[in-house]
Every structure is written in structure tokens, then in C-alpha cells.
Write a protein that binds this ligand. Sequence first.
Ligand SMILES: Cc1ncc(COP(=O)(O)O)c(C=O)c1O
Length: 448
Amino acid sequence: MDEDLLATAAARAIAYTRERNERPVFPDGEAVSGLSAFVEPLPTTGTDPHDVLALLDSAGSPGTVVSGAGQYFGFVTGGTLPVGLAASWLVTAWDQNAALGVMSPTAGVLDTVAGAWLVRLLGLPTGTQHTFVSGTSSANAACLATARDRLLHDMGHDSVEDGVFGAPPFRVVVSEAAHSSVVKALGVVGLGRSAVVSVEADEQGRLRADALPPAGEPTLVVLQAGNVNSGAFDPFDEVAEHFAGTPHWIHIDGAFGLWAAASADRRPLTTGMDRAHSWAVDMHKWLNVSYDSAVAFVRESADVARTFRVGASYLPNGAHLDPVHRGPDMSQRARAAETWAVLKSLGAEGVEELIDRCCRHARALGEGLAAAGFRVHNDVVLNQVMVSLGTDEETERLLNDVARSGTMWAGGSEFNGVRVMRLSVSGWATTDDDIEESIATLTALAGG
Ligand SMILES: Cc1ncc(COP(=O)(O)O)c(C=O)c1O
């Protein structure tokens, strides 16, 4: 083992994180051109690992988007908490395959503990099963596959063995404001991207319960905790009430919004969420754990086992469902360890404080920008703020100027037909000063 190589890597990584707030948030043209250092034909001969690492750092680091910076408000990405990063390094050194408890007792215990903590923290029903996957896109697909198999099972069709060929139809109900990953997941699990009943959403992107189709026939309903633009929540209670007593499955895509349940102040947004049958949530967004990490939750273990249990002569296949029997992956990184580390470090109070702080910052951004003459497009109920200038062209110019500013970054979106700047406050590193400075930067650029 070349300890010097690892020490060098650690030193380079520490220097990178130390300079987080000094680097341009979005790489400048020179840094992006520097990436040409990687573009070469497959080398025939090898390179010394120290030189490989030096190139990765010298050409690669300047070309990164500093998504952990205090003034990075792009997409809905959170920056890795130091304890998450540190745990990630250790987990990488362990090199564990978390598919089975017998492959790594440590990974197995941390998976069980972290899963149980999450169920409690997010207020999900006791007994809910969890599976760590790479992102909410995968978690949505895993949950929807489970829903498909359960609904068809109840209709007398074994889709696990026979596929969807010849299966009786059931209805899929999705908000017109559903996230693109939900639409993709429906296609992946054979239910079709377009073979859905699309339900109208209101001006905040909330599904309108009064526009739901009548209950009765077997139905898969996909709801959303945290609209990717506005942060709004679908009316879970009303939807659950609407379908109560009829064959149905409710799945909630809560990539970032599910975390509202960890905060006493935000929890009312999630009312009725516990009436669903499955939920998807990212760790790598608002919990500020390294990529790739998310969790698929399913209420009943029999449903998980029906869809995901595998049989092989060499696999333990007892009553306990190892991760390989709970989700789409076999070999997998010990992802739960990083979530365990962040939860252990923050505690429930620390998670609540992180969520509340980001929401407070989002509100301050909205209020500050409104006072500066921006139009704020959403009710800032969570961590998302959307603003625009007088015309789409002016907003577009602002987006370009912000990208060039180097001091902050936020992306564009379209909301109710208007070009907007979408600011998401999802990182632990953002401070009150960052919010003030960002308002000042945006105000100056808007006037320019
Ligand atoms: C509401 C929502 N659902 C799903 C996803 C997809 O999550 P991931 O990027 O982890 O696959 C996102 C990502 O932004 C999201 O905001």
C-alpha cells in the first residue's frame, strides 16, 4: 500500500475543501479549457499513480462546480458535510460490498440502524422497509416496481414471474407537475411515460385534489413532497381520503421535501404523508451526504420481497431481507455508513436545525429580492425561491451574468410560462452573510 499516495490524496482533498469559498463557484473559461488535459487516446503505457493524482487535481479541480460553496444555489444539490466526507473516505478505504450482511457485518449493522433512524426521523409508519440506492430516480423506480407488482398481485396476476404481458390494466395517476424522474421511472417499470391520467396542478405546482379521477378501480397514485421548482407539497391527506377503501397504492417522491418531516415547523406540510405505501428521498441532497445516496421506503416487507428477492445457491435467503433482496442492486457501496455518520453527528435536533436554517435563508432571499424589485414567483414554504426580472430576456441575461460572476450560482427554470431564476438553499455551508451578499450581487447585476 502506497501510504504516501493516500496522504497526498488527503492533502489535496483537504486543500480543495479549504479553498471552497475562494474558488469561482462556476469554473471560468480557462479552467474549462484546461480539461483538454484529459482528452487523449487510451494510453498504451501506464503512468505513475502520483502523477495521475496530480493531473486529476491540477486539471480537474479547477473545472469543478463548487456545489458545496455557501453561495451555490443550483438545482437542489447539497454540499457534503465534513463528517459525511470523512465517513465517505473511510467507507472507501473499507471497500465493503453491502449486498449481504455476511459480506460485511459492519455495513449490515449500519444499514439496519440508519434505516430505522430514518423511518423515525421522517415519521414513516413503524415497520417500513428501507433500501439504500444511488438516487431518488432509482428510488422512485424501485418503489413503482413494487407498487406495480403488488397491485397486479391483488388482481390475481403474478407480474414478477409473468411480466406485464397479459396483465389486467390498472390506472396510473400522476400530477402534471411530477418530476421528470417519476415520468422516466414509469417508463422503466413498464407502465409507460404517457399511459397515465395526468392531474392538473395549481399555480404552485400542487396536485389539485378536486381534479382527481373518481376512485374505484385499482390505481397507482404518484405524489410529490417538494415540487422541484416551488418546493410545494401535494395534498396527501385529501388524496389518501379520496382513494380510501378502494384498491390503490400511493407513492411519494420526496427527493428533498421529505426532510420537512424532520422539522417541527415544516412538518405540517407533510400531513397525511404517512398514509402512503412508498416514499423516495435523497440523502445526497438535503442531508448533505456525498453522492450517490438515496433511500426507497416501502411500507410492507412482503411487497419488497415480492419484487426484489433473488434466489441463488450461494445467497443467504432467510427471513431477514439483506439489501440484495430489498432493491435493484446486488453489489453496492456501504452507503448507509455515511448517512449513519451524518445522523449520529447531527442528531435529530441537528437535522431539524439544518432544515430550518436553509428554509430561513430561502425566506430571507425571497424577501430581500422582492424588496430589491424582483418578482418572487412562489410561496417560499421550504428551501426553493424563484425570481424573475421584468422580461424573460432580462432574466436570461441575469442568469448568464450570475454564471460569469464567479461569486454565486443559480440556475434557470420555467414556471407558469415565465423564465425564472431558481435558487435552492440546500447546503450546510450557507451563512447569513452568504445570503446578504447574494442579494447584493443579484441586485447589482439586475441593475447593470
Ligand atoms: C422532486 C425530485 N424528484 C426526483 C429527483 C431525482 O433525484 P436524483 O437526482 O437523486 O436521482 C429530484 C432531483 O432533483 C427531485 O428534485
